[in-house]
Design a protein around this ligand. Structure first.
Ligand code: HSE
Length: 445
């Protein structure tokens, strides 16, 4: 150790999958942090429910506590790492740590997606920072890229595969021609999906990540509740096969665009061209595609979850803070979160093409009122395809539309569902205009 090395004390709250990865990563690389950066990084408090877990991770008994208040109240701790997730007591941990002048590093997308503005203000008032690289995209350094490397750009679009569970399910449905329920059950058995899969399959996890990334990218307030959200439960093997035959892949995308009409932020199953970069991201992997006006298209790929990938992001945040603690007076305080608050564009104002699959009575004249509903709502059909999946009494019919407004499609959908010859509006999937994602980027000459 040279004379300039300084000790930075960390309190780790939560020793689950990610907390364990953080403990093991720091233990593995502590000597290198000291040699390379002059940082003597010590996890001096480790908080979990059971002392056995702390022992298993190599913590001395004096470091262990089951009470998070002992960590945030410890005057020797510089950085609190919150890895318990959920809103409570994570909110109280943030509030008390920040008020006590401690920096907070967290992977808590649910909390930050809703309350980052208030917490960032509290951090600014106390001269400390919140860092949350692990909260969106797991190990992918996307928050750092948006906050630092790409900061000279106006960010136009962020579009990502932000949830590994749903990407795993859709990838297997695509590769094996299986339906959602079948793959979900298998994913649960293999540990890729939770016993209660709602946060993942209904899109809420991805919506929190869209809120975090769009707030950073566009310097504005987007909360999870501002993000239109639809999950993948209605996507069937038949839809994926139809998409494939039309040259598309079906992905659960989080899309955030800074448009002249406001910020467009949404999560839903999306058809994108099969040769788009995001279409090649399969299994549980995540990817974030970013368009900046100067840089043009970029894509960041990696593991969006898991012990060591997520720990990589957490430890990166801890070391960035530790570096500033060691080599300047203190890290810069959190800046006021937003320069301005941009309007949000309601999803009803979205104009895109749609794929609509109906289950209809297989009889003379059944399609006439269906076509009438589209016409009455000003929706122009570009293609109709009757699938050979019927039992003689009913069958699926797929309609592709020209560009239509979400508002009109919503009305048409309700009218279609009420028609006597329509058994079910089985799925409605937006076909994204990916060419528009680069609108506003400089020509590369
Ligand atoms: N459950 C998430 C996923 C990881 O499946 O990607 C944590 O956000």
């Amino acid at each position: 150790m040279d004379g300039t090395a300084r000790t930075v004390n960390v309190g780790l709250i939560g020793l689950g999958t990610v907390g364990g990865g953080v403990a093991r990563t720091v233990a593995r690389h502590r000597d290198e942090y000291l040699a390379a950066y002059g940082i003597d990084l010590r996890i001096t408090r480790a908080c979990a429910l059971e002392p056995e877990r702390a022992r298993e991770l190599g913590f001395a008994d004096e470091a262990f506590t089951s009470d998070w208040r002992e960590v945030v109240g410890d005057p020797d701790i510089d950085i609190v790492v919150e890895l318990i997730g959920g809103e409570h007591p994570a909110t109280e941990i943030f509030e008390q740590a920040l008020s006590a002048g401690k920096h907070v590093v967290s992977a808590n997308k649910a909390l930050l997606g809703r309350h980052v503005e208030r917490l960032a203000r509290l951090a600014a008032d106390n001269g400390v920072q919140i860092r949350c690289e692990a909260a969106a995209g797991g190990g992918i350094p996307i928050v750092n890229a948006l906050e630092h490397a790409l900061v000279g750009n106006e960010i136009l679009t962020v579009a990502g595969i932000l949830n590994g569970t749903t990407n795993y399910i859709l990838s297997r449905m695509t590769a094996e021609g299986l339906d959602f329920d079948e793959v979900l059950a298998d994913a649960q058995r293999l540990g890729y999906a939770e016993a209660d899969p709602s946060a993942d399959v209904d899109g809420f996890d991805a919506a929190s990540k869209v809120a975090i990334l769009s707030s950073i990218a566009f310097h504005t307030r987007v909360t999870t509740d501002d993000v239109y959200c639809e999950g993948i439960r209605d996507v069937s093997a038949a839809d994926i096969e139809q998409a494939r035959s039309l040259g598309y892949a079906v992905k659960l995308l989080g899309i955030a665009r800074n448009t002249p009409e406001g910020v467009d932020a949404r999560v839903h199953p999306t058809m994108i061209p099969a040769d788009h970069l995001l279409s090649s991201v399969n299994g549980a992997m995540n990817a974030v595609y970013v368009v900046g006006d100067a840089v043009g298209e970029t894509m960041f790929y990696g593991a969006g979850a898991g012990s060591f990938p997520t720990a990589s992001a957490v430890v990166g945040d801890v070391l960035a803070l530790a570096d500033a603690i060691c080599h300047s007076d203190r890290p810069q305080a959190e800046i006021e979160p937003y320069r301005s608050v941009l309007p949000l564009r309601p999803v009803d104002d979205l104009v895109t093409r749609y794929y609509i699959r109906l289950t209809v009575a297989d009889e003379v004249g059944a399609l006439a009122p269906v076509v009438g509903v589209f016409a009455r709502n000003g929706i122009s059909i570009s293609q109709i395809n009757q699938l050979q999946d019927g039992d003689g009494t009913r069958c699926s019919v797929v309609f592709l539309t020209h560009e239509a407004s979400e508002r009109d499609v919503r009305t048409a959908r309700a009218e279609l569902a009420a028609l006597p010859g329509v058994e079910r509006v089985a799925s409605v999937i937006r076909i994204e205009d990916v060419a528009a994602w680069t609108d506003g980027a400089e020509a590369n000459d």
